[in-house]
Design a protein around this ligand. Structure first.
Ligand SMILES: [Zn+2]
Length: 275
């Protein structure tokens, strides 16, 4: 039971902390009936009990209107009045004292911008406070002090507020649009760069086949590898042979010419010599 209560309190407190910015020391407005109830049940000092419940430092206040109302209620509430005198007065600004409920409700305003917890046993005031988006209510029971769980209205208001915050503003939309344009440009630029890279020679792709051939040649299997040099040698030899043949033919011709010339010359000489 106690564990469950703490869980509820933690959740409720987290809601007020996150969505409405409640921060310790938590400010509490004490209603006369709350102090009176705790006094009747002999639970202890309001500030101690509330501080223990919220698990942090607490500052308790009351208002002149609350004190005035307690005074009107007479003897039965004199103990509560004495207890309330220990707490500082929050200046409510009511020149003509109003009812405690109206006074405390007025302190919250329409948003509870000052982050007050209202500690009261007045059901109507509790409901009124829980109808305020940032309103927080503490109440006493036989089990001690409790923090009211946030109302559906408060949760919905918080969700709407969150959505409003999450929605991008005009400047954000503009910047978001610019970011999209920039991103699109980058995406367009990236493939071009990749294409350029692909066009360029990949040194690894060029070197690899050579390495494979060398490896094959070194391996000495040499059937395919050896054939190329042999063919080259044969071609060279054939070319050389053809050249040699021509040279030989030219030599033979020269020899024949010499022979003819010698024979003719000899003949001529012989002829001239004979004539
Ligand atoms: Zn007042």
């Amino acid at each position: 039971m106690r564990r469950k209560k703490h869980k509820h309190t933690r959740r409720a407190l987290r809601f007020y902390r996150i969505t409405h910015g409640f921060r310790p020391p938590y400010k509490v407005l004490l209603d006369g009936n709350f102090v009176h109830a705790l006094d009747q049940m002999k639970k202890g000092e309001s500030k101690d009990l509330i501080g223990r419940l919220l698990g942090d430092a607490v500052k308790c206040y009351t208002t002149p209107c609350v004190q005035a109302e307690l005074k009107k209620l007479g003897k039965d509430f004199s103990a509560a009045r004495q207890l309330l005198k220990r707490y500082p007065l929050h200046k409510c600004g009511h020149e003509d004292k109003c009812s405690a409920a109206d006074c405390l409700k007025a302190q919250l305003g329409d948003k509870n911008g000052e982050h007050f917890f209202v500690a009261t046993q007045d059901r109507a005031l509790q409901r009124a406070c829980m109808a305020v988006p940032g309103g927080a209510v503490l109440f006493a029971s036989v089990n001690g002090v409790h923090l009211e769980t946030p109302s559906e209205l408060q949760k919905q208001a918080a969700k709407q507020e969150e959505r409003r915050h999450m929605a991008p503003s005009e400047t954000e939309l503009k910047s978001a649009a610019l970011a999209e344009v920039a991103a699109a440009q980058q995406q367009r630029a990236r493939p071009q760069l990749r294409r350029k890279k692909a066009k360029g020679p990949n040194p690894l792709a060029v070197q690899k086949p050579k390495k494979v051939k060398k490896a094959q040649a070194a391996g000495g299997g040499g059937g395919g590898g050896g054939s190329e040099p042999k063919q080259q040698q044969q071609q060279e030899a054939a070319a050389a042979g053809a050249a040699g043949g021509e040279q030989a033919a030219a030599k033979k011709k020269r020899q024949r010419r010499r022979g003819k010339g010698a024979a003719e010359g000899g003949g001529g000489g012989a002829g001239s010599g004979s004539e």
